[in-house]
Ligand binder design. Structure first.
Ligand code: BGC
Length: 251
């Protein structure tokens, strides 16, 4: 088997940036530099499609390398069914086909937090975990993923759980922390309510906390009082790329 049999491209589309890399799916390591560009203002389908094509073109990957693409919305049968932090034009759109037509080949299309959770479960912070792992990504919104004994249960929209009368991500995302200028302590109070609620509802065995802010996890995770172990993501901002690539290769 040639080395390229273990390679796949991962593209991670977020509310703030779009990034891509070539991945070794045996180890979850990046084989290329990470190429990145800001998400086009307005988050319109055609603009994001063009950015994805441009980024994939910058990677030195063979034409038959599988491609996985993540998106920050509910993904059902290749369609995007919600749009919390991107243009509403995505709702109901055949997004997988949009990217396939533009790239000229099949892709694997998946929710961003699902891809990140899958990656952490296979290569990262939840590698040896048994039972229910709940991945949450604290970023522009809040993403959620359920992985039970290694099996991904897709589209757990945990950022939209109601918290104090509002969608949780409008109270406790990292973007809210930044825009409201919350101290770590003030933010941790909101996270405490959020994770306690998740714990009560789902009795998980492990929480993994991802998103760019997970690199500062020492500032807020020790402030939380939960019965469930809660750990920072290991793959940090690359988890979506790695998970998309692994799912595209059928790991
Ligand atoms: C979306 C999710 C997404 C999360 C993180 C939420 O607003 O509804 O689908 O996973 O943001 O990007």
């Amino acid at each position: 088997m040639t080395k390229s049999k273990h390679q796949a491209v991962g593209v991670d589309i977020g509310g703030t940036g779009v990034k891509a890399a070539l991945v070794d799916v045996r180890t979850g390591e990046l084989l290329s530099d990470r190429v990145k560009t800001p998400t086009p203002a307005g988050g319109e389908p055609d603009a994001i499609r063009d950015v994805v094509v441009e980024l994939v073109g910058r990677l030195d990957a063979r034409d038959d390398t599988p491609i996985g693409v993540t998106f920050p919305a509910i993904v059902r049968k290749g369609r995007t069914m919600s749009a919390a932090n991107v243009s509403k034009a995505w709702i109901g759109l055949e997004a997988e086909r949009l990217f396939e037509d533009a790239l000229g080949r099949d892709i694997h299309f998946v929710n961003d937090a699902d891809a990140a959770g899958f990656a952490e479960d296979h290569y990262g912070a939840a590698k040896d975990a048994k039972g229910l792992v709940i991945m949450t990504t604290l970023g522009t919104g809040i993403g959620g993923a359920f992985i039970y004994d290694g099996v991904l249960i897709p589209n757990a929209e945990l950022g939209h759980l109601e918290l104090d009368g509002a969608g949780a991500e409008t109270r406790a995302s990292n973007k809210v922390r930044e825009t409201e200028g919350l101290s770590w302590e003030a933010w941790a109070e909101r996270l405490q309510r959020y994770y306690s609620h998740l714990e009560f509802l789902f009795s998980p065995d492990l929480f993994v906390v991802g998103g760019g802010v997970s690199k500062s996890s020492d500032e807020f995770l020790p402030l939380l009082r939960l019965d469930t172990p809660i750990v920072p993501a290991m793959l940090r901002n690359n988890a979506g790329i790695i998970g998309a690539a692994a799912l595209a290769r059928g790991v």
